[in-house]
Design a binder for this molecule. Structure first.
Ligand code: PLP
Length: 393
């Protein structure tokens, strides 16, 4: 079984590039060049150097002693929360800004929901002196004022999406419209392992530094490269794709993907795409997608803004369909509780997205000698307001 993308851009029956005719030259140009560019020694050198000196990699692999004692198994945390800008997203935006430069682009656009990807994009545009326009739903702009301010300080222009529900999917539509109108000078930085081929594969490769590091770090600590399990939360699926990548074809490594159940999988307010989704097309790829009987995209819900996405990247849809990965859905309450446990036991306040992954320790039993690596995708500073309201702190 192959879990990587094939030559046609598919993971099993998922993926592809379902795009308007007018975007075809842009996407095709990227598809023809991305692997070659990524393989250039000068590209690799610049990417590695920036990950080291600017992002602060390698991120530590930390043995969580007290958490391990509580749950009677060996828990390791991959500390993506310690990256510059506070999450894994910057691994991808660094890679894509270098790609944009190699493609001769001078202008960058992006879409953002909660603002985390917008900030990561604005950051690398400041770093490279590139023009940056971030599309964001009008409602999200009002809800995410600190991230809007960050993007402005970093020199980006934040353009409101005024149509539809004025949230992420409308921002995405605006970004696509912009790209159609500016095909020559503009690169579109997509923020997760989604979108038309080659985006899911390109983003996965940039994020695969996470599992690459886990391998040698675990070898140092446990004398073996492969853990018994790797665990990550899934919104669109980029931190999970990076965490799983080098273990996909290692049969002895169990892969666990954690989705947001919101108020419960059957509550009507959820983002558990694998369970609730059906095959459909979203943002240019064929994948599992939450939709009504007549194919309208259902509005997802999660307390965590980063997991609040109605689809899942095509690689993950394939991992689900083939049974290679175990999918677990975690509710708002379970995630918030897990965030508090990690804070109290390890002195680490996690992003609420990441808290979803840790929450499985309450219900999913592991053996005492199992080595379980959790990707701690981001830090909790951005979620403090939500923690305050939830726990009445
Ligand atoms: C954006 C985000 C996620 C979800 O995005 P993926 O593409 O699924 O990784 C998870 N954790 C954090 C901290 C985020 O900012």
């Amino acid at each position: 079984m192959n879990y990587n993308v094939d030559e046609k851009g598919y993971y099993g029956e998922f993926g592809g590039a379902y795009i308007p005719e007018m975007l075809y030259p842009n996407v095709e140009n990227l598809r023809q060049q991305y692997l070659e560019i990524m393989a250039e020694p000068s590209f690799k050198k610049e990417f590695d150097q920036l990950l080291k000196d600017y992002v602060g990699r390698p991120s530590p692999l930390y043995f969580a002693k007290r958490l391990s004692e509580k749950y009677n198994t060996k828990v390791y945390l991959k500390r993506e929360d310690l990256n510059h800008t506070g999450a894994h997203k910057v691994n991808n935006t660094i890679g894509q800004i270098l790609m944009a430069k190699r493609l001769g682009k001078t202008r960058v656009i992006a879409e953002t929901g909660a603002g985390q990807h917008g900030v990561a994009t604005a950051t690398v545009c400041a770093l490279m002196g590139m023009e940056c326009i971030v599309y964001m739903g009008e409602i999200d702009i009002a809800r995410q004022a600190p991230n809007v301010a960050r993007m402005k300080m970093l020199g980006a222009e934040v353009r409101p999406a005024l149509s539809g529900s004025r949230t992420l999917k409308d921002a995405t539509n605006e970004a696509i419209r912009d790209w159609i109108n500016n095909p020559v000078d503009t690169h579109y930085i997509i923020g997760s392992a989604i979108g038309p081929h080659p985006y899911p594969d390109m983003v996965t490769r940039f994020q695969s530094i996470i599992s690459e590091e886990i391998k040698w770090q675990l070898k140092e600590k446990e004398g073996r490269e492969n853990p018994d399990y790797v665990v990550a939360c899934i919104g669109g699926g980029s931190n999970a794709a990076g965490t799983f990548y080098h273990f996909l074809h290692e049969k002895e490594v169990g892969i666990i993907a954690v989705e947001a159940a919101g108020h419960g999988v059957d509550s009507g307010e959820s983002a558990a795409t694998s369970v609730l989704g059906k095959m459909g097309i979203i943002h240019g790829c064929k994948t599992l997608l939450m939709q009504t009987a007549d194919g309208q995209i259902t509005e997802p819900y999660s307390i965590s803004a980063g997991l609040d996405y109605p689809g899942v990247g095509p690689m993950h849809a394939h991992l689900y369909k083939t049974g290679r990965a175990e999918f677990i859905a975690v509710t708002d309450d379970e995630a918030m509780h897990a965030g508090m446990v990690l804070s109290k036991l390890e002195g680490i306040i996690p992003a609420i997205e990441s808290s979803h992954a840790f929450a499985i320790l309450e219900t999913r039993k592991f053996r005492p000698d199992d080595v379980v690596v959790f990707n701690l995708s981001g830090r909790g500073d951005k979620d403090l307001d939500t923690y305050i309201k939830y726990f009445k702190l």
